[in-house]
Design a protein around this ligand. Sequence first.
Ligand SMILES: *[C@@H]1O[C@H](CO)[C@@H](O)[C@H](O)[C@H]1NC(C)=O
Ligand SMILES: *[C@@H]1O[C@H](CO)[C@@H](O)[C@H](O)[C@H]1NC(C)=O
Length: 190
Amino acid sequence: MAFFLTSTIYSLSLSLILAAAASASASAATNRPFSHHYVQTKPTPTAKKMTRLHFYFHDIVSGKNPTAMKITGPKNAFGTTVIIDDPLTKDTKPGSTVVGRAQGLYALASQHDSSLLMAINFVFTYGKYNGSALSVMGRNNVLDAVRELPIVGGSGAFRFARGYALTNTVRYNLKTGDAVVQYNVTVMHA
Ligand SMILES: *[C@@H]1O[C@H](CO)[C@@H](O)[C@H](O)[C@H]1NC(C)=O
Ligand SMILES: *[C@@H]1O[C@H](CO)[C@@H](O)[C@H](O)[C@H]1NC(C)=O
């Protein structure tokens, strides 16, 4: 009984201390600013060139030869995950010159809007960037007129790549789900 009492008192005082600590850290946290700005002192010495790329991304989910396939999750709802090997072309027409492919996956990662998580490599097969690739990792709210996606890296001519892609949907077929999306990429690289 005595042991029970002491251990109850001990656990009561412990929880009081923990509660006090929690409220102290909560008030410290509320006083902390959301962001800090630090002035950059040196530019990245490895990113010397800037390149702009323009192409169209064809997300083909219908027909006999889809280039985008749902791998898990419900249909067009939170959790839908699609793996792609989509052609990238010079022009809006699907039959126009292929400049590369978008390989990777996108997933509906929002419960509140139509935002995708994009984890994709643009693998180029055309001109001076044949064999080079850019990696995209970002959020893409497909219902926004213009979206911005970070370019987080690259290989080949695009070593040390960093940049962004501005993208807008050119065509979306409500019946089939096929889409053509324009990409304007700006990238700094070695
Ligand atoms: C791209 O490079 C590959 C491998 O080096 C080569 O086979 C192909 O012909 C090249 N394509 C173009 C369009 O230059
Ligand atoms: C991409 O560039 C084209 C041509 O300059 C322009 O018409 C289009 O609005 C741009 N799209 C985005 C999303 O920046």
